[in-house]
Design a binder for this molecule. Sequence first.
Ligand code: BMX
Ligand code: ZN
Length: 317
Amino acid sequence: MKYYIGIDLGGTNIKAGVVDENYNIIAKATCKTNLPRPAEDICADMAKVSLEAVEKAGLTVDNIECIGIGTPGIANSAEGIIEYSNNLGFDNVPVVELMRKHIDKPVYVENDANAAAYGEFVAGAAKGANNAVAITLGTGVGGGIIINGKIYSGSNFAGAEIGHMVIEVDGPQCTCGRKGCFEVFSSATGLIRMTKEAMEADKSSAMWEMSKEDDHISARLPFNAMRAGDKAATEVVNKYIKYLAAGITNTINIFQPDILCIGGGVCNEGDPLLVPMKELVAKEVYTRASKKNTKIVIASLGNDAGIIGAAFLGLSK
Ligand code: BMX
Ligand code: ZN
């Protein structure tokens, strides 16, 4: 049996997993990213949690084939450098070289959403597809594109930033510097922002009372309040679905993948989100008259997609 290490480097947590050749995670370890701090220290911790996971799996480093890292931002996979990551505070960090000081194995690095897309492609909802796109609805909107079985990240390693296509010119400010990006509306962060705006505009909304129970405004709140019949919440959810459908339709029009999968906590809402979203896409997509349409599915590996995809990055090259 062959074993691989996949690392999901996030703004909050560093997660490492040992994955076997059948794509099963057999052990995991995690620690806080604790930003801001030097890249050297973060790499030392990535190595530390990797070794912890190896030990938990009852293995030694000798059993490991290679290591893959998924990171937000621009990952130069050819040179092993994280060129830019605003939320990690990284600027041209030679992550592969730094990791190899701790563990002498081949190390690969990719954008986090590309790694998650690759995970879904090798072992999840996009398995068997030739061309696939994965969109993650989290803090941001991540995009990963698989073309002919390979990760596509463009000539500058910064392709597939689907979250930063503008869907409303002069819309709300995005962290990337543009306004009205897909991410501003369709991330969980965007949904929370729109929920707060709707609450401010309607002081009689049931969301005020419901948010007291949770003690904060979550992305689940508008869905829960919609089920309870709240008008403002229903409007927020409809707006969210409308923007999500616009971004997905744009993406399908460009790539026409076999499968487009969406992941992230918001997808746990299931049918109340998916059914109307798919209806909107079906009405507007360029190929609506064709029988061959992209299948839109929920990502099946959940939070593990990033670890599994990262573990097999060596195979995507
Ligand atoms: C942002 C961008 C993407 C990333 C996406 C999802 C940065 C630091 N991040 O659009 O590279 O794939 O967020 O990130 O520029 P997540 O934090 O939601 O997983
Ligand atoms: Zn943007």
